[in-house]
Design a protein around this ligand. Structure first.
Ligand SMILES: [Zn+2]
Length: 204
């Protein structure tokens, strides 16, 4: 478990307290956005396949709270791995890109095919933190996100989490994790491989 955090932060230890603080914010981890900026565009879907090499499809749904951009990583009724996007057009593009890759990461790490851990328990929080980390590193390494683009992601996250009612400590904790991942030169692939290894899942 701590191995994941080590990979994400590059530090030997991350205070368990920050994990617990994250517990309160995971409720919205996949229910992320309503938006500051208005965009009419929807981000192009990222390359995404799961840990079994299956292609992940991105679909659009009108599920969810109006005005709140969200993503969900699941297998659909036919057993196909999908990311369902909801209310994307209202969110800043950078944030849409973040949600897509966060959800993709749940497929890449095998989360989707594992029993869902108790909501807001440590394992769930770890999964969310890993997905955040993978997402921001992909944006950095594949999309060339600089500090400005990074700032757009975290600013939107901050605004929306505050709107939903999360305390500043929870918001800061989540953003700290994402910032640590962004600064750490390790790649998204490094973290995914580590997670798969720790889970005893084959690494492609
Ligand atoms: Zn998530």
């Amino acid at each position: 478990m701590t191995g994941f955090l080590n990979m994400m932060t590059g530090k030997a230890v991350v205070a368990i307290g920050s994990i617990l603080v994250m517990a309160v914010l995971i409720g919205s981890a996949d229910a992320q956005q309503d938006t500051v900026a208005r965009a009419t565009d929807v981000a192009p879907v990222p390359v995404c396949s799961n840990n079994k090499g299956e292609q992940v499809q991105f679909t659009t749904t009108d599920r969810g709270r109006p005005g709140l951009a969200v993503g969900m990583a699941i297998r659909d009724a036919n057993g196909k791995p999908v990311v369902m996007r909801s209310n994307f057009p209202n969110a800043p593009l950078e944030f849409q890109q973040f949600i897509d890759r966060h959800e993709c990461a749940h497929h890449q790490t095998g989360d989707v095919d594992r029993p869902h851990p108790p909501r807001n328990g440590p394992e769930h929080l770890m999964n969310e933190a890993v997905s955040d980390c993978v997402a921001i590193r992909r944006l950095r390494d594949e999309e060339g996100f600089d500090n400005k683009a990074f700032g757009k992601v975290t600013a939107t996250l901050r605004t929306d989490m505050a709107k939903i009612g999360f305390p500043e400590s929870s918001i800061a904790s989540r953003i700290r994790n994402i910032a640590g991942c962004f600064k750490n030169p390790a790649s998204a692939g490094d973290l995914i491989r580590q997670v798969l290894q720790e889970r005893g899942l084959p690494v492609q």
